[in-house]
Design a protein around this ligand. Sequence first.
Ligand code: LLP
Length: 422
Amino acid sequence: MGAVLRAGGISLRRLADRFGTPLYVYDAERIRRGVDRFASAFSSVPLLLAYAVKANGSLALLNRIGALGAGADIVSLGELRRVERAGIPAGRVIFSGVGKTERELEAGLRAGIHAFHAESQAEVDLLSRVAGRLGLPARLGLRLNPDVHSPTPFAYTRTGHAATKFGIPVREAEALYTARADDPNLHFVGVGVHIGSQIAEVAPYLEALDTVLGVVDRLLEGGIALEYVDLGGGFGVAYEADGALDLEALATRVVPEIRGRGLRLVLEPGRAIVGEAGLLLARVLYTKRVDAKHFIVTDASMTELLRPSHYGAFHRIRPVERRAGAPTVRADIVGPVCESGDFLARGRRIELPEPGDLLAVETVGAYGFAMASNYNGRPRPAEVLIEGGEAVLVRERESLEDLMRGETIPPLPGERDVRDKV
Ligand code: LLP
């Protein structure tokens, strides 16, 4: 066997032996670099970097991202509680999402978040009522639907065009700002868009920016001065050699427009901060050949990493240790789940491993663990953070007992105590 792959200076073989597989491994240094790239590209405007918690809400990662000065973009009460526990100040939190409940609006108001991004008139009405009842005026912006067609690799992650459920059409949004400008329970502070995910080109952002600035300028003429513009997230990363968005090129175009108007900029990157910082370690259970086709069966599946199965997404997969003389084959790399859609890669050229060998699935820091499930009775994997040359377990592997927590087996109807009957 040759050299062993490493993460943050630590051998992946040692990590697998110590923590077991499947295992998510994150490199704190790469997360820091992710945050720094935004901070330096946009250093000449006041920036709130609101990390999209949905990409990876693990407390340890949130804590480190917050410590670097970032805030958070959340979409649920569950994410609000995580962010609070991780120590990110509420004043740096943006509450997004098309279906916030009354309870969530109330919790956000009580926490004192930076702003809500409302996506319908009905939500604005409800927010006003809740804010009035609590005596806590709501800071808010509207999420526009700019009707931009963004070239994302998957249809499900295109969110900026008119046919999606997201945002409010521009004309309607402007009318809403104007109509509710005097509502004492509402304080309109910003305007936002999010046009999609894994966008590798600058152009769709500029198109959206143009629309947003048009709204900002027209509102100002009508006497409504907003504080910030939020361009959302979606900045592409390098799953393959290309695919990464050129942040500097984007900043060069965006910064003058924002500065010129004395605005603040909010960005909501998820993937661009954590995506490349994570890998998934899997152990090969079996290999088999059916006619001319090779299958490599690993202990990681669609329940640990849904993206290949759900979107047909590509993730690089490399043997942790290369085997001298191993033939290169074209193989489906699959998990144990009983679905033919359960695969990590299809038709992938790879040096044929042997049972017991380890594979590293790359660029899975975003939407990896976050989309993990218990389907097929599978505990969710452990997570390890590598920092300062040390590996720390930051989430235990779920236990078999965890899988049944909260469930009961009721007695049969005839055997129930009469007092239980309603
Ligand atoms: N802001 C809003 C309002 C969003 O809806 C999203 C992602 C983001 C920011 C962050 O996008 P990012 O920078 O991470 O691309 N599960 C899919 C991605 C769904 C993204 C949903 N919204 C995937 O695995 O690619």
